[in-house]
Each structure stands twice: as C-alpha cells, then as structure tokens.
Design a protein around this ligand. Sequence first.
Ligand SMILES: Nc1ncnc2c1ncn2[C@@H]1O[C@H](COP(=O)(O)OP(=O)(O)OP(=O)(O)O)[C@@H](O)[C@H]1O
Ligand SMILES: [Mg+2]
Length: 150
Amino acid sequence: MKKIITASPEGTEGWGFKIGESLKIKEAGIVFLYGDLGAGKTVFIKGIASALNIPKRDVGSASFVIVAEYETSPPFHHIDLYRLERDDDIEALGIWEYIDSDGITVVEWAERLSEVPEEILKEAIKVRISHCNENSREIIIEGVPDSLFA
Ligand SMILES: Nc1ncnc2c1ncn2[C@@H]1O[C@H](COP(=O)(O)OP(=O)(O)OP(=O)(O)O)[C@@H](O)[C@H]1O
Ligand SMILES: [Mg+2]
C-alpha cells in the first residue's frame, strides 16, 4: 500500500500514467477507483489512458456514458458506475465480462460494486482518492509492487 499526496491535477494524472505504463507492459489489468465527486478519479484515469496513447480529452468527456471502449492495444475499457444505483443494473451491464475480457478495465465509483469476487479483488489495483484542500489530494494505491514508487 502506498500513500501519496498530489498538489495539482497534473500530479494525480502523472501517477495514473505510471500505473498505465505498467499495465501496458502486462497488457492486462483491473483498476478500481474510489472517492467522492470531484476527487480526481477521472483525472487519474486520463493518466492511465495517456499511457495507451488515448487523447486525454476523449476520457470522461460525455457524462452519460457508462462504458467507454477504446480499441487500443491492449484494449481499454472505462466503466463509470456513478449513475447506476441498483445491483441489478450493474449486473446487467455485464461488468464481469469486461473484467474477464482481454485488456485493461478501469472502474470509477467502484464502491457501487456490492459483491466483488475474491479473486478479482485480489488481482485489482485499488485507488482511493480523497480531498485535502482545493488543489491537493491524498491517493492511496493498493495492489502494485513497491518498485513502481521507487
Ligand atoms: N491534486 C489534484 N488531483 C486531481 N484533481 C484535482 C487536484 N486538484 C484539483 N483538482 C481538480 O479536481 C477535479 C477532479 O475532477 P474529476 O472529474 O477527476 O473527479 P472525479 O473523482 O472523476 O469526480 P466524479 O465522481 O464526478 O466523476 C478537477 O476539476 C481537477 O482539476
Ligand atoms: Mg469522474
């Protein structure tokens, strides 16, 4: 587990990029992001996406999109559960199929997942972001090797 404080959106995005680079090498991975409105989850995901050469402006640009799929190599899926309240809706989305599929899947508002299979939780990188003040955030990252932070 690693605790980081960032002082700007660029700082948060930079850590996302680092995680994105490591997932790109592995060509697979799951990232669960937790945190309040405006914490910086999408900013972090823009960093991951830019490691796959996805333009930052394309990430999270349409607020009504629940699943965005990018045909990158490896494929990238960005799932935002904010608008899904009911477990049934989340199941209907086929979230576990995305997670099982090839490539990288990132899940924003992962606190909405009521039951995560143990083997998925073990495998996933967990990113928890909280507000410190206007421009700084505390980010707790679990599930990545310490060498990433060296
Ligand atoms: N250190 C920081 N890290 C990340 N974002 C920051 C930071 N400081 C300020 N911000 C601002 O906070 C906002 C974070 O927005 P973002 O859309 O990433 O949040 P979110 O967690 O995805 O929220 P939502 O739940 O609404 O999707 C942006 O406007 C960003 O500029
Ligand atoms: Mg967001």
